[in-house]
Design a protein around this ligand. Sequence first.
Ligand code: SOE
Length: 375
Amino acid sequence: MKQPLRFGLIGHKFMGKAHSQALHDVSFFFEARFEPVRAVLCGLEDDLPEAAARYGWQRWTHSWREVVADPEIDVVVIATPGNTHCEIAIAAAEAGRHVICEKPLALDAEQAARMCKAVERAGVKHLVNFNYRRVPAVQLARQLIEQGRLGEIYYFRGTYWQDWPLDPAFPFVWRFDKAIAGAGSMADKGSHLVDLALYLVGDIVEVAATTEIFVRERPAPEGAARRVTTDDAAAFLARFRSGAIGLFGTSRMSAGHKNALGFEVNGSRGSLIFDLERLNELQVYFVGDDRAARGFRTIMVTEPVHRYVDRWWPPGHVLGWEHTFIHQYYEFLHALETDTLPSPNFHDGLKVQRVLDAVEQAVAEKRWIGVPEGT
Ligand code: SOE
């Protein structure tokens, strides 16, 4: 008999929908001792009851404090704008709930460090939803690097392009407000890239950076235009502890690109290339291959030997974006079952935040900035 695990999800929009679907599917495809129960959905807007019914939640509430205080709830999931993460996560941990939080973990490293302390003190499990780690092709990339198939890593290039607010008439939303979002493309998209870089290549020790806001005012729904205070695009350089160097680019103003996250890793014995818009594939090049037949080749990462894939479909029956959320929940349930710390956890989120803070400082001071050490 599976043990019910009761979830409270705070946030019912795009991310709320993605988390709801993953909670619905995870135990169908993956074996775990726990059965997620969609107990209570929380949000502020009028369409909440409709969302709760559609996504299969038993109850809904407009109050996150009610969710956190509810003794029936085992896990609180935070899928709200960045400025709310710290307060909710700390309250949830103090109430003894396990905590899953959307990325980036907080507005800055100071908040992220307080969140880490709170979950450690409470002894609860914690996870930050850098979901792109959970793409099978990204898992394969990590495996190849760990096995030394790329040799010594020289270079990581990560880029993340979108174009949703390209039109200057696109209205002012919370992502344009620094007080709510912390930063713009640099934090929203850059946090994913930095997490992947840390996961694949290791610690970043210093950064140099620049950012820009191309559309400085946006029409506000309430009338007058509002000033945009978060970056539309960012570019930064990094040095890894290993001696590798990194090049990062993010933009929400890259015409034609919808959700184009990509990275390339070059080493002394080979290279690999990943493109989220072709997420079932990984391109690889190995120096050791027979010279006549050497070249980049594309691996379809849909074989049962690839991570997570044996729970899904036969080879070539491709996976999509939403599967990354399901895999993340599987990792979380598995960590609960084995009493281990899930990954990426709040400590990983804090490391990313330290890099992002350094990027912000590098922009302000127009110089290289060291990234503080620590877990
Ligand atoms: C918006 O830019 C966004 O929804 C990000 O916040 C997500 O993390 C990313 O996965 C898709 O784009």
